[in-house]
Design a protein around this ligand. Sequence first.
Ligand code: ADP
Ligand code: MG
Length: 387
Amino acid sequence: MDIHEYQAKQLLSKFGVNVPPGEVVYQTHEAENILSWLNEDQIVVKAQVHAGGRGKAGGVKVCKGDDEVVKTVDKMIGMNIVTPQTTESGKTVRRVYLEKAYNIKKEFYFCITVDRETGGNTIVYSKKGGVNIEEIAEKTPKEIHKLKISPGGDLLTHHARTIVYNLGLSGKTAKGAQKNILSIYKAFTSLDAALIEINPFAIVENDEIVMLDCKASFDDNALYRQRQVAEMKDENEYDPLELEAARHDLNYVKLDGNIGLMVNGAGLSMATMDIIKYYGGEAANFMDVAGAATPERVAAAFKLIYRDSDVKGILINIFGGMMRCNDIAEGLVNASKEVGLNKPLVVRLEGTNVEMGMEILKNSGFPIKPVETMEEAAQKVVELVKK
Ligand code: ADP
Ligand code: MG
């Protein structure tokens, strides 16, 4: 789960990370009170959307004087922002953040992420911050440092000192940076984060080090024990179908094709997507009903896929291990009744009571095509959506 920049700053400041004073605004009139509270000469107005690259897209504006701030807030709220990290249609700005604007001396890049190779955390950092890090990685990879923390290990003071040294810091700035880095790492592990990316981490006028931008993502599986993080979820940032799927504990991702898929197990889902592609089709989604494919969850998943107007045909590929195929078939027929099925539906079931399941589908009275193999299923659904 992702959160907004201002929320990440709120969380990290509780761990002692140095963040600018600031406040979020949902409506223009709220800005005035906040300005008198902040009482700064210069304020930066920042669009809050789950995407980076806002600066170049007009989503970060340094303003002088209250009038300019209020005007900028008014313009930014409701604005559509398109950055390299949004889709082409962009995102609507519903919240903006007002924070103290600093005179920046230097910008660094600092990021903690979970490393799939080592199973531990990795810290990536660079002297060249503020800009597009992917570009630095490509053009001058030597400028990017990595520190791998062993699984179960911790970030120790000497690690932090190495980082600070490699960033070329000394004196007061080095001390401040070291303290901040240890705090960020503590926040990362305590909050079950999957990513905390600070770009830029900046040295400002009086040699203070301040976190000026922050992107944070969290492990969904740990949200049950991270209430303060879970409550930060901004539903406007998600696809409505994805939200509904999360409520039913389904793994659903919207894709660009026109064949709706429902499969149990991530491996079988991947294989099904591959075979669809092999026969010239494109999946409209990734839907893994995972674990126990109970008739209720199958029905909920089916209705979700069906509601997607991009879906021209559906393929269901389920292995009924613990669940019996006849129960799954019944769940599907009931869901077909509810939606008044009129899109092609190809079903391949395998496992316990598969014959009974197939009989139920054949006799349902709906245009359901039961098939026996994955090849047949993929070929059939690709053919039907092309009609
Ligand atoms: P994004 O990464 O989405 O473009 P940032 O928060 O990194 O957004 O802002 C873009 C740039 O704006 C930063 O690299 C920094 O130079 C400047 N900036 C951001 N916040 C401040 C601030 N509080 N004071 C001064 N400059 C800022
Ligand atoms: Mg940034």
